[in-house]
Design a protein around this ligand. Structure first.
Ligand code: GLN
Length: 445
């Protein structure tokens, strides 16, 4: 831990990945662990872990990178954190993020942007940029983020590490600050698939504290992973536009190499994918506008001074506390949920989401996995997309479908070489097939 903190204190001021370091807590935990022998099920005994700043842990910063929650510290332990600590993990601090997890570059943060360790002029990806960089830069072998539309897979791709979004409900959301509750999933980063497998064995299980939690638990199949005979679908029409050369090249390279190892590729179509972004931004904003209504300056968060009456207090507190991107989403969401527009926008988005889930389920009847890039490009430069929200939203086009349909998806790093920009390649599986997907990824690592 001493060496680790030395490393972090050297690197973090430049990268801006961690917003609070819990040294005292970590050393106390280490002492406590040392005093007992590890139990057989303590899979993460003594392993340092970083969590995103929207995951509750008593005493840790849970500011969600927002002025609204400045100074707010965890009041209870989220279920994922409880499981990690039971397994012997040592939580060392909380990580920077886009405000309330809204963004794809970690440029919308009250703590400032996070730098990409491969090139400090470039973004880390978002919204879990801090957790991603913490893992990539060796602050911890494992970190937790949250993935609502790609916020773990996209920064994993930009930073050259693994990111995995489990099936919706596989990891408890208890203690995760809600953004889009029907899409949110606590999701891990790691530098190897084996580490992903380990952390899933710890955090992915049923939880009575989360009503959407799935029965049963993640049961590792990593020993059984093979490539030969697997059938993988590719949606060629999706790959026609917008991919940069680096991504296309890495995508084809892996496809070729897998073919040689006995993987069969078939072309598939999922017609509703053309509506991915519109459906997501209607649903995610609608849910966000409702979830974020709790930040009213009374029960939680920043309270404005010198206000005239209650309405003025709400309005000033929220105007001062939320950043621009969060305000934009609240306004969009409130609009699509308002009388007269609900059926036209929200209701229709739900119908298309349903159709998309059916289309995915239908293709998975005959397939093991679907293969696509994680993001259309590698990490971009600061400011390249932040002035144009629509441009930033386009970065999620390949990651969002897994959230809308609840299926598991993994981003694998490619092109991780000195002087190169990493690329993320993504595989998805049918709902509940998390363990098969991880086993497949382990076989091709
Ligand atoms: N980039 C997406 C958004 O801004 C996804 C965010 C997320 O997964 N938390 O909504």
């Amino acid at each position: 831990l001493e060496q680790l903190f030395e490393h972090i204190e050297k690197q973090n001021p430049e990268l801006n990945a961690l917003t609070s370091l819990q040294k005292e807590y970590a050393f106390a935990r280490a002492k406590e662990l040392e005093s007992k022998k590890p139990a057989v099920d303590q899979l993460l005994y003594g392993v340092p872990v970083v969590i995103k700043e929207n995951i509750q842990k008593i005493g840790f910063s849970v500011e969600c990178a927002s002025k609204m929650l400045k100074g707010y510290r965890g009041q209870f332990d989220s279920s994922a954190v409880t499981s990690l600590e039971k397994a012997g993990a040592i939580l060392i601090g909380s990580a920077n993020m886009d405000e309330f997890a809204m963004g794809s570059a970690n440029e919308h943060s009250a703590h400032g942007a996070v730098k990409n360790p491969h090139d400090p002029k470039r973004v880390s990806g978002g919204s879990s940029g801090g957790s991603s960089v913490a893992c990539a830069a060796g602050f911890a072998p494992i970190s937790l983020g949250s993935d609502t539309g790609g916020s773990v897979r996209e920064p994993a791709a930009f930073c050259g590490i693994f990111g995995f979004k489990p099936t919706y409900g596989r990891v408890s959301r208890y203690g995760l600050v809600a953004f889009g509750s029907s899409l949110d999933q606590i999701s891990p980063f790691a530098r190897t698939v084996e580490d992903l497998d380990l952390v899933l064995r710890v955090i992915a299980h049923e939880d009575p504290l989360d009503a959407t939690s799935l029965r049963g638990c993640y049961e590792s199949q990593i020993e059984k992973g093979t490539l030969k005979g697997k059938k993988v679908g590719v949606i060629r029409s999706l790959l026609k536009s917008g991919l940069d050369e680096n991504v296309s090249e890495q995508f084809s390279n892996l496809e070729e190499s897998l073919k040689q190892q006995g993987v069969e590729f078939v072309d598939i179509e999922i017609p509703s994918l053309s509506h991915t972004l519109s459906v997501y931004y209607v649903i995610a904003c609608a849910e966000a506008s409702s979830n974020l209504s709790r930040f009213d300056g009374i029960r939680f968060g920043h309270r404005a001074e010198n206000t005239e009456d209650l309405a003025d207090l709400y309005s000033k507190s929220r105007s001062e506390g939320f950043g621009d991107e969060v305000k934009r989403r609240i306004m969009l969401g409130t609009f699509t949920l308002s009388a007269g527009y609900y059926d036209a926008f929200y209701g229709r988005a739900l119908a298309v989401r349903d159709m998309m889930a059916k289309e995915f389920a239908a293709v998975f009847k005959d397939l093991d996995f679907i293969y696509m890039p994680t993001a259309p490009t590698s990490a971009f430069k600061f400011g390249e997309n932040s002035h144009d929200p629509l441009k930033e939203y386009l970065y999620d086009v390949f990651t969002i479908p897994a959230n809308l349909t609840g299926i598991p998806a993994i981003s694998l790093p490619a092109n991780v070489k000195e002087g190169c920009l990493p690329v993320g390649l993504q595989f998805m599986a049918a709902k509940g097939r998390d363990a098969e997907l991880i086993a497949f990824a382990a076989a091709l690592e």
